[in-house]
Write a protein that binds this ligand. Sequence first.
Ligand code: ADP
Ligand code: MG
Length: 345
Amino acid sequence: MGSAVRFRNVTLRYGTVCALDRVNLEIADGEFFGILGPSGSGKTSCLRLIAGFEQPTSGTIELHDRSTETVPPYDRDVNTVFQDYALFAHMTVEQNVAYGLMVKGVGRPERRSRVIAMLEMVRLEGFGSRRPSELSGGQRQRVALARALVNRPSVLLLDEPLGALDLKLRQQMQVELRSLQRKLGITFIFVTHDQGEALSMSDRLAVFNEGEIEQVGTPREIYERPTTRFAAEFVGDSNIVDRRGTAAAGALEGLFSLRPEKVRVSAAEPEAGQGVIAAAGQVVDVQFHGATVRYVVSLPEGATMTAVIGNRGSHADAPPVATGASVWLAWDPSDMHRLGGLERT
Ligand code: ADP
Ligand code: MG
């Protein structure tokens, strides 16, 4: 598969602010690629560079293996869906969607048929003569999507496109965006600060932190084998197990991530099975989440560990383990993942 976007050692500074610091990244043709990170981590800057609204301070960006250095935004095979939709309020839905084609000089009959096909694709047939103010948030989002896709870009950039929608609509649009991307087969680069959204939607994703990439991989790779403390804590819940300087630790010396659902809770001391690690502690909090129950357990050395147990069986009346109880925690060493760190300079 070819490469749609490649960053080679890209740095972007706004004055003294370093928005991106020596970023290397390759996004394949046809991928649904997630860019995940907290506010200010450089996500939007990344998209603005791809779209050509910014130029790298140093490093190069390639689109389909060609340097973009001299290519202005309107000559890039890229369109953007902005978080605030940026629709033209005085134009109808149809005029909004047709706008890009008009600017390109596409004739009226073709324009019309492409706009109608696109409105159908985003399930807005019959809404063509409305104005944005006469639409719901989700419908406006679809107009913005249609307006970007009608130009048939090979790369679509989406900057937190679902941020303004309520939870149900957001989940519905997540499914729709995925199926639209599969149907069209073009590259989607999807920015979000929501780790659940990034995990569930992306083929692969990059975790950004302070202008640097902490980890790139499939959702499963990043969740199951986080390589940095930031990635482990930003994507899902994580216990950080500190076994630095423990003489007995041997091969298991260092800093590790351990997902809460990999930790077992029992009242009785677990059998010292092959390689199982066990620790005694006291339950300091039990949080009922419906589908799962979360136990916060304090360990003798002052550390706390979280265990998440699926709500199987009938615990309707009382949790199997109550706050204050003494319990044993047990987990497999293979579920501990050694964390490196980015050297920040
Ligand atoms: P994100 O989209 O992840 O929230 P941005 O890419 O917007 O992050 O911003 C990255 C950093 O660059 C932040 O520190 C932000 O304040 C700064 N920044 C973004 N745009 C500008 C600008 N036009 N001028 C100065 N600083 C900016
Ligand atoms: Mg942003």
